[in-house]
Write a protein that binds this ligand. Structure first.
Ligand code: DGL
Length: 286
């Protein structure tokens, strides 16, 4: 059994392209429809109600395009809205939290994992819960880094300004102290994380800067390849893989600026996706 229909991907903006990239590496025969709600990004500072409502609207749009499965390639939407999204649609819907949490729990040797994510994701404690489900002995330090998504959405992923923003965002996880010499994050001074989980799909676009900032003793991991593996096994188990010899097609839709979206897409994929289309999702009027 095989299924030629595309797989839908959803993110608040361009971040989910980091998941799409891993999926295409692994499943090159699959066709895809990607929807980035850049007009309303970032989702991270929004209320849970807004994240839920916007995510439902975007998934309605993807579902109307006859996709065979949907990857919610957004940690914020996964953390806040996954049960609601699954309740509404019959297609299999994969999130990114569980695959990332499993990868982090398996990667740490010292059982200390730092999780950087949006404010809404940290507020949900979805990662704390998912990592503890995997291994209750892992200490999880969740830290919101809200300044990074706007940089990525603006196409700023390198340079001194980005390096300074990343260093400042990560400092509390690595024992930064306030003016009175107090640690500004509840990480015991003698203990260091050995694994940093990028729990926002925008952050891998900053990977070279983040890796340089944390130094060699810390493994930096994200959800993308674990999610691609989960998707591959979902398709295989359910006989949903693309038929042999299929020529894959890829469509990328954005509620925001086509030009800004294309700049990031081309950085990630070269000329593979020349056509990015503007789309109006009901409720997301410009
Ligand atoms: N890329 C998204 C995530 O993984 C959302 C970032 C945002 O819109 O704030 O959380």
């Amino acid at each position: 059994m095989a299924d030629p229909r595309p797989i839908g991907f959803f993110d608040s903006g361009v971040g989910g392209l980091t998941v799409l990239r891993e999926v295409l590496r692994r499943l090159p025969a699959e066709s895809t429809v990607y929807l980035g709600d850049s007009l309303r990004a970032p989702y991270g500072p929004r209320t849970d109600d807004e994240v839920r409502r916007f995510s439902l609207q975007c998934l309605d749009e993807l579902a109307s395009r006859d996709v065979k499965a949907i990857v919610v390639a957004c940690n914020t939407a996964t953390a806040v809205a996954l049960p609601d999204l699954r309740r509404r649609h019959d297609v299999p819907i994969l999130g990114v939290v569980r695959p990332g949490a499993t990868a982090a729990a398996l990667a740490t040797r010292t059982r200390r994992v730092g999780v950087v994510a949006t404010t809404a994701t940290v507020r949900s404690h979805a990662y704390f819960q998912a990592i503890k489900d995997e291994d209750p002995f892992v200490e999880v330090y969740e830290h919101a880094t809200p300044d990074l998504v706007p940089l990525v959405e603006a196409g700023q992923v390198e340079g001194p300004h980005v390096e300074a923003a990343v260093a400042e965002a990560l400092a509390p996880l690595f024992g930064a102290r306030d003016g009175r010499g107090e640690a500004i994050f509840p990480l015991p001074p003698a203990e260091r994380i050995d694994t940093l989980l990028l729990a926002c799909t925008h952050y891998p676009l900053l990977l070279p800067v983040i890796t340089a900032a944390v130094g060699p003793g810390v493994a930096v991991i994200d959800s993308a390849s674990a999610t691609a593996s989960a998707l591959a096994s979902l398709l295989e188990t359910n006989g949903l893989g693309a038929p042999a010899g299929t020529t894959a097609t890829h469509v990328q839709l954005t509620t925001g600026s086509v030009r800004a979206f294309r700049r990031i897409a081309e950085r990630l994929f070269g000329e593979l996706f020349p056509a990015v289309e503007a789309i109006a999702v009901p409720g997301a009027a410009a």
